[in-house]
Design a protein around this ligand. Structure first.
Ligand SMILES: NCc1[nH]cc(CCC(=O)O)c1CC(=O)O
Length: 319
């Protein structure tokens, strides 16, 4: 292969730089080609206000995609949970690497666990999905917590706790892992308590649909099980007609009998942010072998959730 450097478009945030850097390293190893990072400023980075108004859907992704479409960069790495469910025709997800820990975590003062937070504890999170599930758990288990809407990058969010403004904040384990701050976690939340966002913990590596050579090379980073799982999760989100800031949690995993993988299970949840009303269901089926089969699994669960009133719980927007 030629020695011309592959250009990887990346946001400048610490998290984006960390995950782009890690993918760049792997791409160098598997292709033998140099990879160069090209920094791109996104609308969501420039304007916090704009982000609040738009509601978050895809703002971080749009500028990267524009750069790909203009041929300014060869490929880009996205946090899969930030990716809109609609795929532009001119671009493809050339690889979905092995997902890391999909769980949400708590960073709390005094090494506190979620269930040990004192009465009236203030927990920061801007995600309606996290608010809904934390409040639902609190109601069911007699905890008295207040979810406080916050936004900002990981550093900013953890600072609320260090400064004593909040008792705890909720973050994704994967993000903390990637920036080397997983040690600050005081509690890993079971997915039975808080189902993660569709695609959480996974990355998507995207490039132009007509770049066959690069698609083939990047394919070495693809994990078919992760791809099937996140496809089912995103299909659920799409069928619920919800965006990445909707109160929707979803997680697909493999059910195994010993070493033998038997089925894929997809769990989904929708709830009001105050946690008073929830629709939570799961379905299992044969492990999807194609995109269409994975997509069908998500649609099937969405249909059941809608039949139980899921649509009526998604009306409110926290941001
Ligand atoms: N909402 C922002 C965002 N997008 C991706 C991650 C990191 C985790 C991941 O890749 O799933 C985070 C931070 C967080 O939710 O704590």
């Amino acid at each position: 292969m030629s020695e011309k450097a592959l250009r990887l478009g990346t946001r400048r945030s610490k998290l984006a730089m960390a995950q782009s850097g890690q993918v760049a390293e792997t791409v160098r190893e598997v292709t033998g080609r140099p990879v160069e990072l090209v920094e791109i400023t996104t609308y969501g980075d420039v304007s916090r206000e704009a982000l609040a108004q738009i509601g978050g859907t895809g703002v971080f992704v749009t500028a990267l995609r524009d750069a790909l479409l203009k041929g300014e960069v060869d490929f880009a790495v996205h946090s899969l949970k930030d990716l809109p469910t609609a795929q532009p025709e001119e671009l493809v997800l050339a690889a979905v690497p092995v997902r890391e820990d999909p769980r949400d975590v708590i960073v709390a003062r005094d090494a506190l666990k979620f269930t040990d937070l004192p009465r009236g504890a203030r927990i920061g999170t801007g995600a309606p999905r996290r608010m809904a599930q934390l409040n639902a758990y609190a109601r069911a288990h007699g905890l008295d917590i207040e979810t406080v809407p916050i936004r900002g990058n990981v550093d900013t969010r953890i600072r609320y706790v260090r400064d004593g403004e909040l008792d705890a904040v909720v973050l994704a384990a994967a993000g903390l892992n990637r920036i080397g701050r997983i040690d600050e976690v005081t509690d890993f939340l079971s997915v039975d308590t808080v189902l993660p966002a569709p695609g959480q913990g996974a990355l998507a590596i995207e490039c132009a649909a007509d770049n066959a050579e690069l698609i083939a090379a990047l394919g070495a980073l693809d994990d078919p099980f992760t791809r099937a799982a996140v496809t089912a999760e995103r299909s659920l989100l799409a069928a619920l007609e919800a965006g990445c800031s909707a109160p929707v949690g979803a997680l697909a995993d493999l059910l195994a009998d010993g070493q033998i993988v038997k089925e894929m299970r997809l769990r989904g949840v929708v709830g009001t942010t105050d946690g008073t009303r929830m629709v939570q269901l799961s379905t299992t089926g044969p492990v999807p072998q194609t995109h269409d089969q994975a997509w069908a699994l998500g649609r099937e669960l969405a249909t059941e959730m809608l039949a139980q009133g899921a649509a009526g719980l998604m009306g409110e927007r926290a941001h």
